[in-house]
Structure formats: structure tokens, C-alpha cells
Write a protein that binds this ligand. Structure first.
Ligand code: SAM
Length: 278
């Protein structure tokens, strides 16, 4: 009988955040696949767990993924951990989950620390609808393209960012979203120097240009104000209707189509049609 894959979240700073279930899963697994075995060994030593570790990271994931799947199919249970937080979220794991699912292996994700959700919860921004954007590219052109694609995003946006890229990223965000857009910068979460700075993109650029940022950051950026669609004017609707008639549509069909496309009552469009010559 095949074993299982467990996704085991680990603390993002405070070691007390490891749950009983995570600890037990690590203890009971046949082997642990880790993003960086040295980092995970420190956690296992802290927990007093001795277990066989294999490395599974970005650059060996195709080859190692196959080996891990083979071992699970042969009956072993694997616990996957990343350096910190939830595996598969801007961390290795997504492909292993796909490979296991394709092989019919049961995958179980244990809930636990995730920097994105921890930051969103304390950001003070709207949490009802949000999107996770992960890391922006280090290349300026693709970073700007990514941000441009979010110009009209109305949901709260979550980004991961490294301190040495923070100012460039904030400058690009201010250029695309506007300097007045609210942002919450969540730093060193669950650690001694945990801090949440609730400001605007312009304010954040000024603050971190003056004082170099330190530590790990999650950026929670407010979404754009929703665009209010203006109702078409009579002239717009008449022009639209005429174009349809000129293109060969019968008057009846053109009226129906205009009403539907512009969201207008049919009798209003019918009145407009009276002024268009047969
Ligand atoms: N899978 C992880 C998770 O679910 O939390 C995220 C891994 S990603 C490679 C690392 C990024 O997460 C960091 O660059 C930072 O943006 C964010 N991060 C991780 N720990 C953090 C912390 N304690 N405080 C703030 N941000 C953190």
C-alpha cells in the first residue's frame, strides 16, 4: 500500500508556533524532504527528533520529486518542510504535490504558519477579498509588467519582498498605483522585532530611503478603488445603434442588440431609432 505526503508548515520566526500535529507528523514520517537540510536539522534538533532527511529544492526538484514519489508508492510516508512557513507557497512543494496527485498518492496539508496570511490578518487592510502575488521579478521590466497588470486590481494585494529590493519595489509600486495608495509593511513577523508600518506607498518610499530596511517583509497593498461605469449618453447609444443598422442588422435586431450591449431599456432605444432615417 502506498504511503502519503504530508505538507508540514514550520515557524516563520517563533519556534513556539510549531503545532503538536506538525511535531507528531515529523516524528512519525519515514523520511523528511527539506528545502535546506541544514535549516531543518536545527528545527529537528530543537524538537528532539532524529529522522532521515533528503533535500528537495528548486534546482533538484524534478529529479528528487520522482525519487520521493517512488518511495511513497513503495509504502513510505514523507513529510515535506520548507525553510519557514507553509511548503508550496512561494516555496518548493507545488510540483511535488502535482506529481503525487498524478500518481494517486494522498496529500495532506497541515494548517500552520504562513507569512502571507499572518501579515494580512494584522495589516488593517480589507481582508474580505485578496490576491497573493508572491515575489516580484528582480528584473525591472518584468517587475513593472507584473505591477501594470495589477493597476485595476480592486482586491487587497499580498507581496513577499527581500529587504535589499524593497525600496526599488516601493518606488515602482508608487509609480504604478500612485503615491497615495495605502500599504502595510509587515516586518519580522512573530520575531523579537515584529513591526507593522501602516502608511502610503509615498510614505514608505520616504521612510525606507532614509533608513535602510532590515529583516523579512510582507507587503499588503490596498486594492484600487472600483471604477464606476458611466451610463452611456443618448448620443453614444444613438451612434451605437446607427452603426449596427449601417452594418446590415434589421432595425428590430439592432434595437435589441443595443439595449443588451449598453444595458438600456428597449423602449429607450426604440425612441432613439425613430430619429434614425430608414
Ligand atoms: N512559504 C513561506 C510562508 O508560507 O510563509 C514563504 C517563503 S518565501 C521563500 C519567504 C518570504 O516570506 C520572505 O522573503 C518574506 O517576504 C516572507 N516572510 C517569511 N517569514 C517572514 C517573517 N517572519 N516576517 C515577515 N515576512 C516573512
Amino acid at each position: 500500500m502506498a504511503g502519503m505526503l504530508y505538507l508540514v508548515p514550520t515557524p516563520i520566526g517563533n519556534l513556539g508556533d510549531i503545532s503538536t500535529r506538525c511535531r507528531e507528523t515529523l516524528e512519525n514520517a519515514d523520511f523528511i524532504a527539506a528545502e535546506d537540510t541544514r535549516v531543518s536539522l536545527k528545527l529537528l534538533n530543537h524538537l528532539g527528533i532524529k529522522k532521515s532527511l533528503v533535500s528537495y529544492y528548486e534546482h533538484n526538484k524534478d529529479f528528487k520529486g520522482e525519487k520521493i514519489v517512488e518511495r511513497i508508492l513503495a509504502g513510505e510516508t514523507c513529510a515535506l518542510v520548507s525553510d519557514a512557513g507553509s511548503p508550496a507557497i512561494s516555496d518548493p512543494g507545488e510540483d511535488l504535490v502535482k506529481q503525487c496527485a498524478a500518481a494517486g498518492i494522498t496529500v495532506c496539508a497541515i494548517p500552520g504558519p504562513c507569512a502571507a496570511i499572518t501579515a494580512l490578518s494584522i495589516s488593517g487592510q480589507a481582508t474580505g477579498r485578496f490576491c497573493f502575488e508572491g515575489f516580484l521579478s528582480t528584473a525591472k521590466k518584468s517587475r513593472r509588467e507584473h505591477l501594470d497588470s495589477l493597476k485595476k486590481e480592486t482586491r487587497t494585494m499580498i507581496f513577499y519582498e527581500a529587504p535589499h529590493k524593497l525600496v526599488n519595489t516601493l518606488e515602482d509600486m508608487a509609480a504604478v498605483f500612485g503615491a497615495d495608495r495605502p500599504i502595510s509593511l509587515c516586518r519580522e513577523l512573530t520575531k523579537l522585532h515584529e513591526e507593522v508600518v501602516r502608511t502610503t506607498l509615498g510614505g514608505a518610499v520616504a521612510k525606507y530611503t532614509e533608513n535602510a530596511p532590515k529583516g523579512e517583509f510582507v507587503l499588503i497593498v490596498a486594492g484600487a478603488e472600483p471604477e464606476i461605469e458611466e451610463a452611456p449618453t443618448e448620443d453614444d447609444a444613438a451612434g451605437y445603434l446607427k452603426k449596427l443598422i449601417d452594418s446590415g442588422l434589421s432595425r428590430k435586431d439592432a434595437i435589441k442588440q443595443t439595449a443588451k450591449d449598453l444595458g438600456l431599456p428597449k423602449n429607450v432605444v426604440y425612441d432613439l431609432a425613430l430619429n434614425i432615417e430608414e
